[in-house]
Write a protein that binds this ligand. Structure first.
Ligand code: MF3
Ligand code: CO
Length: 260
């Protein structure tokens, strides 16, 4: 069941989405060699709560963090921990904030210090594929058109798409219908309509597309332990096209030309 939002509801969704965007902007100030991922998680939690929001991942299905932490080979759903970030790592921080009864969901993969150019290129392409997916998200088109645009863009560059994990509808609940895969055929899936709100989130690997779930039941990593990148925006379909509700501008304000 896909819940189409009114313009009033979309206006309410903006607040949660701005707050999650600002939270990732706050994290951008701290990502550096020597910090633990648990410290980043605490910073995010305190920032969200100081601004009247709810860290929606915390306790969701038993998840132990405010941020999903995705270091190097971790694709999604890694736990904050005592791991100390190292020069050359990449780290995705995926965050969901609830505010005024609506959710905002965004993820950004950061470079920690000096990262292998091949891995940076993976990150850049994954971020670009998110924009390509957003461009393909138009009223009257289908979810498969978004998926195919992302897949075609990434595979043309020699990268692989994680298939087991998807984007999703979002609103009063973090996860609503429809599923938004990052691979598939044009002309398939639900028809995109004005009022739909979806989180688009390509998860793209340098090596093979295969993943494994660790014994903690959450942490998803690449089977070959090669790096994976992940970027995510929440968008609303308004007047026929996808308008991002989240933004990376707060991150870019912090990182300047070090942003990906
Ligand atoms: N952004 C993730 C997603 O899109 C967040 C869910 S992780 C959980 O699904 F911890 F909240 F489960
Ligand atoms: Co999401």
């Amino acid at each position: 069941m896909i819940y189409l939002k009114t313009l009033e509801e979309i206006a309410q969704m903006r607040d949660a989405n701005i707050l999650v965007s600002r939270t990732l902007g706050e994290i951008a100030k701290w990502v550096a060699p020597g910090i633990t991922t648990l410290r980043l998680d605490t910073i995010a939690r305190e920032f969200i709560m100081d601004n009247g929001g709810v860290p929606a991942c915390l306790g969701y299905g038993g998840f132990p963090g405010t941020l999903c932490i995705e270091v190097n080979e971790t694709v999604v759903h890694g736990f904050p921990s005592n791991y100390v970030l190292q020069d050359g790592d990449i780290i995705g921080t995926d965050c969901v904030v609830e505010l005024n009864g609506f959710n905002g969901d965004s993820c950004y993969t950061f470079a920690v210090g000096n990262v292998d150019p091949k891995v940076l290129d993976l990150c850049k392409a994954t971020r670009q594929s998110l924009d390509v997916g957003i461009q393909a998200c138009k009223e009257g088109h289908r979810i498969g058109d978004i998926a195919n645009a992302i897949q075609t863009f990434c595979e043309a560059r020699g990268y692989t798409i994680v298939r087991e994990m998807c984007g999703h509808g979002i609103g009063k609940k973090m996860h609503e219908d429809p599923e938004v895969p990052n691979y598939g055929r044009r002309g398939t899936g639900s028809i995109i309509k004005n009022g739909m709100c979806i989180a688009i989130e390509p998860m793209v690997n340098l090596g093979s597309r295969n993943i494994v779930i660790e014994r903690d039941g959450w942490t998803c990593r690449t089977k070959d332990r090669k790096p994976s990148a992940h970027y995510e925006h929440t968008v609303a379909i308004i007047d026929g096209k996808a308008e991002p509700l989240t933004t990376f501008k707060y991150i870019e304000d912090v990182l300047g030309d070090k942003s990906i």
